[in-house]
Design a protein around this ligand. Structure first.
Ligand SMILES: *[C@@H]1O[C@H](CO)[C@@H](O)[C@H](O)[C@H]1NC(C)=O
Ligand SMILES: *[C@@H]1O[C@H](CO)[C@@H](O)[C@H](O)[C@H]1NC(C)=O
Length: 556
């Protein structure tokens, strides 16, 4: 103590060396006390969010909030169990190392039956295809026919090839070649039909999809993909061996990978439909419970390393994933590519979360105004996330200035890339990400420059295209999804011309979009039947139809 006292006195003289000495001494003392505490303190005490968003920081209350959310989650999931369900398992065991887990048995399941065996292409979809094709072929006979074929295939693909209406008034929508339903993909797959919301068939399909997703979230809010039941035929991944059970799979849960964006997509789908139609029959008490479950999960995962029960056998550090420090952001085990995150705070997914939380807040205020506690939780969570992105998600790059990182662990490690899968950093503007910390989108602009350059390790350039790829696919393969996203986030003619050219080159005479293709040979591609990207392509054509016509006329 006397040494400390002496040092403190000399500090008064303001000599630099001694100040440093004191700092080292103090940090040593605290270090001995507890390393863990330092991170806790530095990550909570120092953040002073701007007053625009009032996020009542208190170092004790954030973890207490997460603990409370865990209790809420447990009782919410219990409240939606059906009589035949087995109790939830929350602690890892030898048999169930991936938790939370709910064992299901085949015998007690009620499996909804398809009521449509044919493909579903409502009249409004056919009319829309005719309208677009007429305009494209009038703009340019030969080029227009190519683009008409592309649009016809891509726009209808989800309804024509992936959607099943079931006798419980829900819709089951698979990804395409993978015969399972992802929360993310299925939501994005119907987004281009929003403008057809007056069509009764479209209403049944989209509202059925929201109902089905609600059910699936009750089965496992940490899962990313689901099935109605096990099927005896291939794909063989559908079997339920003990190694699958260890991965958290059950009859309905196909992948127990926790991906924050999956939950965001459910909220986005709900909001978009509600805004578009003002129909609220699907936004009932069940839906409110699903939303509450989602909010609790996000709050729990603000303190992942300390209190989250989520374990997954593919994750390191005892199935928990590498350690993260509290930032205000919410943790994600996996990316929208289904690849593991390297550092648990995935900035693009947190950006998307901040957007959909605002949207869902608006919805609940209107439909369930008495839910004041839930509304408070949502506001707080959103403020925490925005503050976290601002404090921990920004890196100073020597060439591009301040840019958003793709991931961080909340200590000091960051990952500077962008991956093609949406949400990506590139798609922040598409989701309308806004933050009071960057009111003029300067960071969005500098980040965009970085990710569309060779300095992004996943950016590839070749004879036929350039663009962003993914760790999920081979090097030098770019994703049409990301090229489309370039077009949806920069509406300049020059940019769109380059987007049309690259997309036209990418389909390789299949008249469908692919997951990825070789920049030097588009005939080498992955996933011939990938409905999500087809839907996104159709959306791009609809949004920029005038500019596409213009390009077809002049072929710059
Ligand atoms: C499905 O919707 C119809 C029409 O609204 C309704 O009569 C029926 O009860 C619903 N079925 C189920 C299982 O919810
Ligand atoms: C949009 O794209 C064009 C063409 O590539 C480019 O010149 C322009 O700077 C871009 N705008 C923004 C805001 O990125």
């Amino acid at each position: 103590m006397s040494i400390l006292f002496k040092s403190t006195r000399t500090w008064m003289r303001h000599t630099r060396l001694e100040v440093i000495g004191v700092m080292i001494l103090i940090s040593l003392l605290i270090n001995i006390f507890s390393i863990h505490r330092i991170f806790q303190c530095s990550s909570t005490d120092e953040i002073k969010p701007l007053t625009i968003i009032n996020s009542n920081y208190s170092p004790i209350s954030t973890i207490e909030r997460s603990k409370k959310a865990l209790e809420n989650l447990k009782s919410l999931l219990k409240s939606v169990m059906s009589p035949n369900d087995q109790p939830w398992i929350w602690l890892p065991t030898k048999d169930y190392p991936s938790v939370p887990y709910q064992p299901t048995s085949i015998s007690n399941q009620h499996i909804p039956k398809p009521i449509h065996t044919n493909t579903i292409v409502p009249q409004s979809v056919k009319d829309e295809i005719n309208r677009v094709c007429q305009r494209l072929t009038e703009a340019n006979k030969i080029g227009g026919e190519i683009w008409c074929k592309l649009f016809t295939k891509c726009y209808a693909d989800t309804l024509a090839t992936t959607t099943t209406l079931l006798d419980d008034n829900t819709s089951y929508i698979i990804t395409g070649d993978i015969d399972l339903m992802w929360l993310r993909d299925s939501s994005a797959q119907v987004h281009q039909y929003m403008t057809l919301s007056d069509d009764k068939d479209i209403q049944n399909i989209i509202e059925g999809l929201i109902r089905r997703q609600t059910q699936f979230i009750f089965f496992d809010p940490y899962a990313s993909s689901f099935r109605l039941t096990l099927r005896p035929n291939p794909p063989s991944d559908d079997s339920l061996e003990s190694n699958h059970i260890q991965k958290g799979r059950n009859i309905h849960v196909a992948m127990h990978n926790y991906e924050l964006d999956s939950l965001c997509y459910y909220l986005r789908l709900s909001y978009t439909w509600w805004k578009q139609t003002t129909r609220d029959n699907v936004f009932n008490h069940q839906w409110l419970i699903a939303v509450s479950i989602i909010i609790q999960v996000m709050i729990i995962e603000q303190h992942h390393s300390e209190i989250s029960p989520y374990r997954y056998t593919e994750l390191g550090n005892n199935y928990q994933g590498s350690r993260v420090s509290y930032t205000g952001m919410t943790w994600s085990a996996f990316r929208p590519s289904d690849d593991q995150t390297q550092f648990g705070y995935l900035i693009p997914s947190n950006m998307m979360a901040s957007v959909v939380l605002k949207q869902i807040n608006e919805m609940i205020k209107k439909i369930f105004p008495e839910q004041t506690e839930l509304l408070k939780q949502i506001d707080q969570l959103r403020a925490d996330i925005l503050s976290g992105i601002n404090t921990y998600g920004i890196v100073k790059h020597e060439k591009y200035g301040q840019i958003y990182a793709y991931e961080t662990d909340g200590f000091s490690q960051t990952l500077l890339i962008d991956d093609a899968n949406v949400p990506s950093l590139l798609s922040a503007a598409y989701f309308n990400f806004k933050t009071p910390y960057d009111p003029h989108d300067e960071l969005i602009t500098s980040t965009r420059k970085f990710i569309l350059s060779k300095d992004n390790p996943l950016f590839y350039e070749g004879q036929h295209a350039n663009g962003i790829g993914s760790h999920h696919t081979q090097s030098h393969y770019v994703w049409p999804m990301s090229i489309i996203m370039e077009g949806l986030t920069n509406h300049s003619e020059k940019n769109l011309d380059s987007v049309w050219k690259r997309l036209e080159a990418s389909h390789a005479e299949t008249f469908a979009m692919h997951e990825s293709f070789n920049v030097n040979n588009p005939k080498e591609f992955s996933r011939a039947w990938f409905a999500w990207v087809n839907s996104l392509f159709a959306e791009l054509v609809l949004v920029h139809l005038d500019k596409l016509e213009n390009w077809l006329q002049y072929r710059r």
